[in-house]
Design a protein around this ligand. Structure first.
Ligand SMILES: *[C@@H]1O[C@H](CO)[C@@H](O)[C@H](O)[C@H]1NC(C)=O
Ligand SMILES: *[C@@H]1O[C@H](CO)[C@@H](O)[C@H](O)[C@H]1NC(C)=O
Length: 339
């Protein structure tokens, strides 16, 4: 055999190897034409302010809520934040029929609007009432709204099991209509707030960077597996044994950049009916940890016996009802001996 033949075979073999190498080597990517990256179908960006993605259209079942992002505000205060430029906007979820709770707050901790150079805005958030007296109640609500201009009513069915919807429409309202505020707070109607102490606390915080949520933060709160409990949640709905940290729903404070982030994240997480735990799940996915307030003992969910001076130092304390809340507030603010 001649040398030439061997040379030819060698060249052929090495050619084959080179071809194989070029096909499978990761280096090859460098000199291949860049493939068009996979794209999601380009949906038209929402031109209106309403979010257009509606991921959870199906029947919500027992443990989720119907949140198709289509609810509308039928009573609204669209300009109020623009006009008043509040430092803090306080939103109180309350059933439509509970005018006593609203009046109780209006004449106690909701009355004072100005604290030094800080404005506070208190608004009540309602859903729809259903029942025989529906129309009559709706007319009363319109009257009440004209008189006080502090009602927000969305057109979902108001019920205890639907509280997460209320929280989410609150987030919608805050993100669209109240970016002027620095902080937003959700507080239940049976909570006694001490606004002076609250504002003092907020002013002392340094949260310019946002992503801030505080309140009575619970860590490692167990998921309740007892079917007779009000907060029961089965494994197939949430499989972990504990919830991520979240502030108790009785009252929490957020920086106003958060509502938009909650709305965005909630597209990926089907809303469960336990509203505060749901926000905790969203926070975890956002990589945000809720922070204890400077003095967590100022937030009390199981209060001891009433004591004027003790209550005067608190920020938020749960009471049994509007009457109790009102009488405590009047006592704290009466001009008897200072504490
Ligand atoms: C609402 O206000 C109008 C005008 O003040 C009054 O005539 C009407 O009776 C009120 N409706 C209810 C249900 O209170
Ligand atoms: C929650 O609200 C939705 C929308 O209004 C309604 O269809 C559903 O019946 C409500 N659920 C409860 C438990 O009230």
């Amino acid at each position: 055999m001649s040398c030439k033949k061997w040379l030819l075979v060698c060249l052929l073999v090495s050619g084959v190897f080179l071809a194989l190498y070029l096909t499978y080597s990761p280096m090859t990517k460098w000199f291949q034409v860049e493939k068009e990256p996979q794209r999601y179908p380009v949906a038209k960006r929402p031109s209106t302010e309403a979010p257009t993605e509606e991921p959870f259209q199906e029947e919500p079942g027992m443990y989720h809520v119907a949140y198709p992002r289509k609810y509308k505000f039928i009573i609204d205060q669209p300009e109020i934040c623009e006009q008043q430029k509040p430092y803090l906007v306080v939103i109180v979820p309350v059933p439509p029929w509970d005018v006593d709770a609203r009046n109780g707050i209006r004449k106690t901790w909701g009355e004072q609007k100005v604290f030094g150079d800080k404005m506070v805005l208190v608004l009540f958030l309602l859903g729809l009432h259903s029942g025989n007296d529906e129309e009559m109640l709706q007319e009363r609500l319109r009257n009440e709204s004209q008189q006080y201009q502090d009602l927000l009513q969305s057109n979902f069915q108001d019920s205890y099991r639907n509280l997460t919807i209320k929280t989410m429409v609150m987030m919608e309202w805050l993100s669209r209509k109240c970016q002027q505020a620095t902080y937003a707070m959700k507080v239940d109607a049976d909570v006694l707030l001490n606004m002076n102490n609250l504002i003092k606390m907020l002013v002392s915080l340094n949260t310019v960077q946002g992503n801030y949520m505080t309140g009575l933060v619970w860590y490692e709160s167990p998921v309740i597996r007892d079917p007779s409990s009000k907060f029961f949640l089965p494994y197939d709905v949430y499989s972990k044994n504990t919830y991520p940290p979240y502030p108790l729903g009785m009252c929490y404070i957020i920086s106003v950049d958060l509502p938009q982030k909650f709305l965005q994240e909630s597209k990926q997480i089907k809303p469960i009916y336990i509203e505060d735990a749901y926000l905790g799940i969203c926070l975890e996915r956002l990589g945000i940890v809720p922070i204890k307030p400077p003095n967590i003992e100022q937030f009390v969910v199981k209060p001891p016996q009433y004591n004027r001076c003790y209550y005067s130092g608190l920020i938020a304390v749960l009471t049994e009802n509007t009457n109790q809340m009102t009488s405590y507030w009047l006592d704290i603010h009466s001009s008897s001996q200072p504490c």
